[in-house]
Design a protein around this ligand. Structure first.
Ligand code: ZN
Length: 356
């Protein structure tokens, strides 16, 4: 298992800094490449980065140390979940329903709009099966049982969040709008979306006539699908706003300074969705993935009325915690911060709840 995980991360996540630097230098000299994006406080024109205060850079030696010391624990090969009822076609005006499908795939139904985040229904996350990380359970709702999807939100291009086979099925069936960060569109091949909207942090897209605003917001993470495309596309989360209130989907993220900004821009949240899995070892992972304690702190900071967790117990990405450790750690954090248990839920796979 450890070998598969290391190969997968070398390809997708780590981007092997020294090799990458040499190859990029070569291509820069040969092709005299020019900037692709506006230079901002999180982009140098070609690559994106996190603010210095939250710097996520791992040195090559840190990466090797992380791999060398990785002590994975066994996960079950397969888990069967009880089937859940299919979601409604739409919810009524003013209603908000959230259904946890698996990993970061969440169905958010608000007014007469169905929104799906980071859809992955494939059997593995990765470029090809033997390099990918296999799923240990079926999606909680089969893709064929989903209602018509109007909007797909893609937080970033890592394989467990940008799954091309799933996107192809949904695009052909429902012709949704896809909203994502800068630089992701070119990786969608020729998948026939009705519209693809790339956004920089804090850009807003308004869906008419439903009057739903979707704001792409910062996250503490990185991007890349191969050895040589590290941080060439932007990562982030989303705030969905309309008359029913604000909904925050955090994407893949650590606990960063951006959360403070988020709390100032949006007064409160009716629903927040935080990642609470794949968080060990903290000295390496804390700038990329929240742990349950971080997620509860963020829930409190954002004055959220209701949170749910995501990004757990679906793919054994780098399992240095058992498959259910996130639930125990969330319980500990809830007790520590004296938060009522029903304010931050771990839903069953496929379970849907109405948010008051
Ligand atoms: Zn990621």
């Amino acid at each position: 298992m450890k070998t598969r995980i290391i190969i997968s991360h070398c390809i997708q996540d780590l981007n092997m800094p020294i090799t990458k630097m040499l190859i990029l230098t070569y291509f820069a000299i040969v092709f005299n490449s020019c900037a692709s994006f506006l230079v901002t406080d999180h982009c140098d024109g070609n690559e994106f980065y996190n603010p210095a205060i939250d710097s996520t850079e791992h040195s090559f030696s840190m990466t090797i140390k992380w791999m060398w010391k990785m002590k994975t624990v066994e996960w079950p090969k397969w888990v069967n979940d009880p089937p859940q009822p299919a979601p409604p076609r739409y919810v009524k005006k003013g209603e908000l329903k959230v259904t946890y499908i698996n990993h970061a795939t969440i169905l958010i139904q608000v007014d007469s709009v169905n929104i799906l985040t980071d859809p992955i229904f494939s059997d593995y996350a990765g470029p090809i099966s033997f390099m990918g990380v296999k799923r240990v359970r079926k999606p909680g709702i089969p893709i064929d049982s989903l209602p018509k999807i109007d909007i797909i939100l893609i937080s970033h291009n890592h394989y467990d969040h940008l799954d091309l086979p799933s996107l192809e099925i949904l695009a052909k069936r429902d012709k949704p709008i896809l909203i994502t960060g800068l630089g992701v569109k070119k990786q969608l091949d020729d998948i026939p979306f009705d519209k693809v909207q790339e956004m920089d942090w804090w850009n807003k897209f308004t869906l008419t006539p439903d009057s739903i605003d979707v704001t792409f917001v910062p996250a503490l993470h990185k991007s890349g699908r191969g050895l040589f495309d590290g941080n060439e596309s932007l990562w982030g989360g989303f705030v969905i706003s309309n008359a029913v209130g604000n909904i925050y989907f955090a994407g893949d993220t650590g606990y960063g300074s951006f959360l403070e900004k988020l709390s100032h821009r949006f007064s409160s949240f009716r629903l927040t969705i935080f990642p609470i899995g794949s968080y060990e070892k903290r000295w390496f992972m804390k700038k990329q993935h929240m742990n349950p304690d971080d997620a509860v702190k963020a829930h409190i900071l954002l004055q959220s009325k209701q949170s749910i967790g995501m990004h757990y117990a679906t793919f054994a990405e780098h399992p240095e915690q058992t498959i259910d450790q996130h639930e125990k750690d969330l319980d500990t954090a809830m007790n520590y911060y004296q938060l009522p248990k029903d304010r931050f839920l771990v839903l069953k796979f496929g379970e849907g709840i109405y948010i008051p």
